[in-house]
Design a protein around this ligand. Sequence first.
Ligand SMILES: Nc1nc2c(ncn2[C@@H]2O[C@H](COP(=O)(O)OP(=O)(O)OP(=O)(O)O)[C@@H](O)[C@H]2O)c(=O)[nH]1
Ligand SMILES: [Mg+2]
Ligand SMILES: [Zn+2]
Length: 324
Amino acid sequence: MTIEAKVIRSHQREFDCKVIETGELVKATALGNLLKKGDNIVVGDHVYLEEMEQTAEYIIKELKPRVNEIFRVLIRQSKKKVTAANIDYLVIICSSSRPKYVRGILERFLVRAYQWNVEPLVVFNKMDEYTGEEFSIEYEVERLAELNVKCFEISAVDKDYLAEYLDLGLSDLKSLIKDKTSIFVGKSGVGKSETISTLSDGKVNLLTKSVRKIGKGSHTTTWSELVDCEDFYLVDSPGIRSFSMDDIDPDELINYFPDVEKIALKCEFSNCSHLPDNKGCKFYLEHDPDTDEGLMVHSRLESYLTLYEEISNMPYWEKKKKYQ
Ligand SMILES: Nc1nc2c(ncn2[C@@H]2O[C@H](COP(=O)(O)OP(=O)(O)OP(=O)(O)O)[C@@H](O)[C@H]2O)c(=O)[nH]1
Ligand SMILES: [Mg+2]
Ligand SMILES: [Zn+2]
């Protein structure tokens, strides 16, 4: 008899699995031939287990196809290093006060969401301290309108804070992620731990500073864990938090800006850099100075061009270009 289970922790060939039907936690070993060399079963994977009658041990017989994968590319080996699978949401947390809001970090995580094929959710936290002087939450949300990303306005320290600028608040976030598996990302200090604690009604207080240090200090990118927060699940893994984009091929980057790509595809110039001095480039034809229509995509285009420039100047991609 085979049993379906979800992998919640992995240590080399041994896996902690949660049986879907009963919720029981069991340890299982993967068959050697299940995986291609170098690949691994990761947290979030759905597997089929079989219990060995003599030893009462569980063996992973089969890996269910993945809905999506969280990965980085090991560019020199041209290989994907997968750290988690079957993730429902990438919850990108931004601070609305201190540390100050950095649009570029939000953009980087949006790129990852599209690259990984995971739905992004954007959370503006610390709204109890928002003044509107340093950035406008309405503008930041408006510029993402084409992407149809759900944006939330919350205060992790004040459960009763009601959204004032956006349609969605804490209770909406809570019901959306219920029974789903999410990854929480964002710059240090934006309130990831506080938000997770609030969303779990204080039941989960796991991602403390000391726990996170372990991962950082030992330079391991392999551990990752699925945390059961009762109402929802989250995946914690150090590799996911990195802002660095150096594993992305600059020529692929446009695929991860779907709103910009939509217009870029209409640009009549092949190999257009879409820079403002390119006369006739579709981006600037769209821009109507009277209505300001098209300006929002310009703001996204700007982010795209900045990231494109940054990645292209990474030693690896620079070298690759030279020898093409
Ligand atoms: N005023 C206010 N403070 C908050 C809010 N959310 C978090 N904080 C505070 O901001 C500080 C940082 O919050 P954390 O939850 O530790 O931030 P983090 O994103 O987990 O940071 P790292 O673990 O370093 O990545 C703490 O002192 C929190 O109490 C909020 O909504 N409003
Ligand atoms: Mg934290
Ligand atoms: Zn162009």
